[in-house]
Write a protein that binds this ligand. Structure first.
Ligand SMILES: Cc1cc2nc3c(=O)[nH]c(=O)nc-3n(C[C@H](O)[C@H](O)[C@H](O)COP(=O)(O)OP(=O)(O)OC[C@H]3O[C@@H](n4cnc5c(N)ncnc54)[C@H](O)[C@@H]3O)c2cc1C
Length: 484
């Protein structure tokens, strides 16, 4: 895909020549997804440093019938930030918009530009004695604009909710180039439709998020983490209930992984080790925090784990004795995606089901995957408290080309999604729909809901030039790429 001299000159005039990326070698990172599964193509990438520049790029692109693909850290799992090879498009990369605009410790809010990485926001909050609780394995690279646009979940949803629960206000460049400044830091504002919620989880299809006001919380003063070995997923669900009863809302994370998943991490990630002496079919990493120091949190956890062990719910447990050990436990959990990426052709599912149905879902979906002719290895990891289990199928590559593998993966995923839906679940708990699940969405979304979503999209972006091909299957007015 080649850009005309006129397009390059116009975009260069907006962002400056140093921030217009056109060289094929440099464009590659914007044209691939994190897993290396999908490949797109773009005319160029632009790196604006202000909302005004974003608005000017969007206005130019609209007039020239060029699609705009907002891209954050490009760590998304649904090919949502992938530029469509068939349409003339520009990747709008937010990485230079990484400024802290304001922090208000008294009001417990922070106002940041969309290109700030999640880790940078956590650090800023901590430096002011506050917590920004969203936590993902990708936090060093993903950006808050991407987190907002995917309504990211992660490992602390149990206590703090997902991204939708953590945003107070937004600033957005609309598909026609107007700037909507909804950067209000109010916790109460009943003045009609809550428009910011439209853009949260919209996957860049309704506009470009340029800044956000986020909620902060007191920094925890007490923290207890434990690694637990269990013989069944049913026991993990029961253990969650016991801990919620004894610790209440202080339980912030309850993550599970199958033995096969832990073995992949231990094999592929240097310097990791199993916290327990013997192997168990399932492991849980739990964490509870308290904003007050010197409470009885540790005693509660120890007592609950001891009681659960007596009741036969768990086989072994290690309570972290230091912050270093807490970090070691979390490294095992946070390295899962990287380990799976290195394990072969891995296909991760992002389903959620009601918590009580997790064991049945995993049992049925695992059996369905193992019954396939290609006989993939099946492992599981996820957030039990959110009903969100990522069932991962790792297909042997031997003798298969990418198209064959993709076909096999799609057929396997269709079965997993069907089972989740049968159990009252969702085909996308936290990663979004993007381009990867767009066609399947039509099978599971209520036609009335889908129609309303299309209506909103058409109202804000009648030409479908803002991230076309993602989430919804609608025609775009963008020029065809091969007409250039
Ligand atoms: C190791 C690893 C662990 C992960 N763990 C989790 C997890 O636990 N929970 C979870 O939810 N996800 C997880 N993810 C997925 C991913 O990190 C999240 O989806 C994240 O929110 C994406 O942020 P990003 O900045 O990388 O967005 P991108 O991948 O760049 O984009 C994602 C979507 O958002 C849109 N977008 C990006 N920025 C903007 C913007 N400023 N305005 C409008 N639209 C925008 C894009 O167009 C695209 O549709 C993980 C990924 C990796 C690699």
């Amino acid at each position: 895909m080649t850009a005309s001299a006129e397009t390059l000159a116009a975009l260069s005039a907006i962002v400056g020549p140093a921030h217009l990326v056109t060289a094929a070698g440099e464009l590659e990172k914007y044209e691939r997804d994190w897993r290396g599964r999908y490949r797109g193509a773009t005319l160029c990438a632009v790196r604006p440093d202000s909302a005004d520049q974003v608005a000017a790029v969007v206005r130019y692109a609209r007039a020239a019938r060029i699609a705009v693909v907002p891209q954050g850290g490009n760590t998304g799992m649904s090919a949502g930030a992938l530029p469509p090879a068939a349409l003339a498009n520009v990747v709008l990369c937010l990485d230079r918009m990484d400024k802290l605009r304001e922090i208000d410790p008294a009001g417990n809010t922070i106002t940041v530009e969309a290109g700030c990485t999640l880790a940078a926001i956590q650090q800023q909050a901590a430096a002011h004695g506050r917590l920004f609780p969203m936590a993902l394995g990708s936090q060093g690279s993903c950006q808050i604009g991407g987190n907002i646009s995917t309504n990211a979940g992660g490992t602390a949803v149990l206590r703090f909710g997902n991204m939708r629960d953590l945003v107070l206000g937004l600033e957005v460049v609309l598909p026609d180039g107007r700037l909507w400044s909804g950067l209000r830091a109010l916790r109460k504002d009943n003045t009609g439709y809550d428009l910011k919620q439209l853009f949260i989880g919209a996957e860049g299809t309704l506009g470009v998020v340029t800044a956000a006001v986020l909620k902060l919380f007191p920094q925890p003063k007490g923290r207890v983490a434990a690694w637990v070995g269990l013989d069944s997923l049913q026991h993990a669900v029961e253990l969650l209930g016991c801990l919620q009863e004894s610790c209440g809302e202080r339980l912030s994370s309850f993550e599970v992984m199958s033995r096969g998943q832990l073995d992949l991490v231990l094999h592929h990630i240097p310097g990791t080790r199993d916290p327990l002496k013997s192997a168990h079919p399932w492991a849980v990493l739990l964490e509870a925090t308290d904003s007050r120091a010197g409470t009885d949190l540790a005693d509660h956890i120890q007592d609950t784990l001891a009681g659960a062990m007596n009741a036969g719910l768990l086989q072994d447990a290690a309570v972290a004795a230091s912050e270093r050990q807490v970090a070691e436990f979390w490294r095992l959990r946070d390295s899962v995606s990287e380990a799976n990426r290195n394990s072969g052709y891995s296909v991760s599912h992002d389903t959620s089901v009601p918590i009580a149905r997790i064991p049945e879902f995993v049992q049925r979906a695992t059996a369905a995957l193992r019954a396939r002719r290609s006989d993939p290895q099946v492992v599981a990891v996820g957030h039990v408290g959110d009903g969100n289990i990522h069932l991962v199928a790792i297909f042997p590559r031997a003798g298969k080309d990418a198209t064959e593998l993709q076909r096999e993966a799609d057929a396997a995923s269709a079965e997993v999604h069907r089972i989740a839906a049968e159990l009252g679940g969702s085909i996308s708990a936290e990663h979004g729909i993007g381009g990867a699940k767009r066609d399947e969405l039509k099978l599971y979304k209520d036609p009335l809901e889908l129609g309303l979503m299309q209506g909103i999209k058409s109202l804000l972006d009648p030409g479908n030039l803002m991230n076309p091909g993602k989430l919804l299957d609608l025609p775009s007015e963008a020029r065809l790429a091969d007409r250039r």
